[in-house]
Design a protein around this ligand. Structure first.
Ligand SMILES: NC(=O)c1ccc[n+]([C@@H]2O[C@H](COP(=O)([O-])OP(=O)(O)OC[C@H]3O[C@@H](n4cnc5c(N)ncnc54)[C@H](O)[C@@H]3O)[C@@H](O)[C@H]2O)c1
Length: 361
């Protein structure tokens, strides 16, 4: 078992890298977390893993009521958040409840949002079950729901008290979700870790097969980067946390323009990473060979590199609603080499459109 700290003063918390849920009660006890509350998840996950996660907790004296939400991005909505809140409010006799998110980024984001607003904030823990959740969405306290106009438009920074990753649970993850998680890991390689990037290039099939050593390495290095960035720039007031948005400027717009149904989050940002790399080449900031390496790795993982069947106008409209649209300009994260990026609004719109439109047809 490995522990990676997120250092935020009084709001610090550990990320636990484990291979079972046996140690979970120990951690909850150590952090003095409430013994009653709710576990938000999907019906399928609760059927498959409910006993594994809740068994050790129940034996140790925890009582968590399950709340199941539908398996789709549309669960990140005010409607579902309200449904969860209403269920919680009906059992208001719980004096100091705990909320647990058991699922991927969708469960994590909406549960964190609910935890942030219920009685002006209750403690919550993240037990991510997808690769994307374990390396990215469960860490850092960005909690949100979507609006039809754009992703994550209603939300907060609200840190969990614990992130507990069990690598074994990833073995049942469908291939599409594995690829989607790998997109975020490629992102970490490009923004901060050329060794991780090279490791991915060398062992794509081991990574897709989620072989034990590959998972350990990918998850540990990715979590360490995310923990470091969040510790340095919790609220994205500087460029450090904004760098994590590599691929997201276009990625989020593609998701919004297609009502969040067409691509997974990872697929959309894979296209976004290809476009941002090419934009960086066009701006004279990145060597064409590095852009090619990024695109080839994305292709090798089986992720899309182009968006087809979506209107360019709809994508550009969605981009304007994004939080990364600042002072009338989109904010781009452009790689300058593998392992380094710059964050800039200094890309003329016409120029950006010219390059980005090559990635949308
Ligand atoms: N908060 C953040 O900082 C942050 C960062 C990145 C992404 N996100 C958000 O995360 C969301 C995407 O999350 P995701 O990619 O984890 O998808 P997801 O939460 O939609 O999960 C994908 C599917 O995988 C299934 N699943 C989960 N764990 C499983 C397992 N162990 N075995 C089998 N099936 C399993 C789920 O039931 C679901 O159907 C997006 O909404 C995105 O905006 C948030």
């Amino acid at each position: 078992m490995k522990t990676i700290p997120v250092r935020l003063g009084q709001r610090s918390y550990p990320i636990i890298l484990a291979s079972s849920y046996r140690q979970l009660p120990q951690w909850l006890r150590r952090l003095d977390l409430p013994r009653q509350g709710w576990i938000v998840s999907h019906r399928s996950l609760l059927a498959r893993y409910g006993r594994d996660v809740l068994g050790p907790l129940t034996r140790a004296g925890w009582s968590l009521q399950p709340i199941a939400i539908p398996e789709s991005e549309s669960s990140k909505s005010l409607r579902i958040a309200e449904r969860i809140l209403a269920m919680m409010a009906r059992q208001a006799m719980m004096r100091a409840p705990l909320l647990m998110a058991f699922g991927g980024g969708v469960v994590g984001d909406v549960t964190g949002f609910v935890a942030a607003v219920f009685r002006r904030g209750i403690p919550y823990v993240q037990i991510p079950t997808t690769l994307l959740g374990q390396v990215d969405s469960a860490i850092g306290g960005k909690v949100a729901v979507d609006l039809p106009q754009g992703k994550n438009l209603i939300g907060a920074f609200y840190q969990p008290r614990l992130v507990y990753n069990n690598s074994r649970i990833l073995s049942t993850l469908p291939m599409r979700q594995r690829r989607s998680g790998l997109a975020e890991i490629i992102k970490y390689g490009v923004i901060a870790d050329p060794i991780l990037f090279a490791m991915l290039e060398r062992s794509v099939s081991a990574c897709l097969a989620l072989e034990f050593r590959a998972v350990q390495l990918m998850v540990a290095r990715s979590c360490a980067i995310k923990a470091r960035v969040v510790s340095a720039d919790e609220r994205e007031t500087g460029d450090a946390r904004a760098a994590l948005n590599f691929g997201h400027t276009l990625g989020h717009a593609l998701e919004a323009a297609t009502a969040f149904r067409r691509w997974t989050h990872g697929e959309a940002i894979a296209i976004g990473m290809c476009a941002a790399s090419e934009l960086s080449v066009a701006a004279g900031r990145l060597a064409p060979a590095d852009s090619l390496r990024i695109r080839r790795l994305i292709e090798a993982v089986g992720l899309p590199t182009h968006a087809t069947g979506v209107s360019r106008e709809a994508v550009w409209r969605a981009l304007r609603y994004d939080k990364k649209f600042i002072r009338g300009r989109p904010r781009w994260v452009l790689p300058t080499r593998i392992g380094r990026v710059v964050v800039t609004e200094d890309v003329p719109e016409g120029f950006a459109k010219q390059v980005v439109h090559r990635y949308i047809s």
